[in-house]
Write a protein that binds this ligand. Structure first.
Ligand code: HEM
Length: 142
């Protein structure tokens, strides 16, 4: 059971963090495209965000599964301050993903270039937060 939860935690990590890096590379790779063509491409590529959301959901469910399996109090004392900081950043990441999805939905509906221009920045903030969570997780459970 524990090994299955940990495997799911790492699959969630691959899905979630993988999506952030993929969107970052696509943003760089389309820099030379004209505005409307780039917006059309990035809107199509934003289908990748489904992987990101599913990855985050898998991380949260498997992480809570591990914590309850090992005993929440044990994990909190084992992980210490780094684990507290990790969970705080997980909440921040959930907020960022929520704002990104709402912005994407509205941008798709209205085609507003200002909304579309916000997405790369939100994506980078999400990527940075995810990398910091990984660092804190390794520090917490060394
Ligand atoms: C509510 C959310 C989460 C909880 C409760 C949670 C809980 C845990 C626990 C208990 C472990 C230790 C597993 C073990 O060795 O027994 C762990 C490991 C890990 N978690 Fe999470 N996690 C959550 C979300 C995340 C997220 C969002 C990420 C990445 C963005 C992440 C990345 C990692 C990594 C990389 C490890 C492996 C650390 C290592 O073995 O050195 N976790 N997590």
């Amino acid at each position: 059971m524990y090994e299955t939860l940990k495997i799911l935690h790492f699959i969630g990590l691959a899905l979630g963090l993988g999506t952030s890096f993929a969107m970052f590379t696509l943003t760089l790779a389309t820099k030379d495209l004209e505005g409307p063509e780039r917006a059309k491409f990035m809107m199509r590529a934003s289908a990748l965000s489904k992987n990101g959301s599913f990855g985050l959901l898998l991380l949260i469910l498997s992480g809570l599964g591990i914590a309850f399996y090992r005993g929440f109090a044990n994990v909190m004392s084992w992980g210490g301050g780094a684990f507290h900081a990790k969970l705080t950043l997980v909440v921040v990441l959930c907020g960022l993903v929520g704002v990104m999805q709402a912005t994407m939905k509205k941008a798709r509906k209205t085609g507003d270039p200002k909304l579309m221009a916000r997405l790369p920045l939100l994506g980078r903030l999400g990527m940075l937060t995810s990398v910091m969570i990984v660092v804190l997780a390794v520090v917490a459970f060394k």
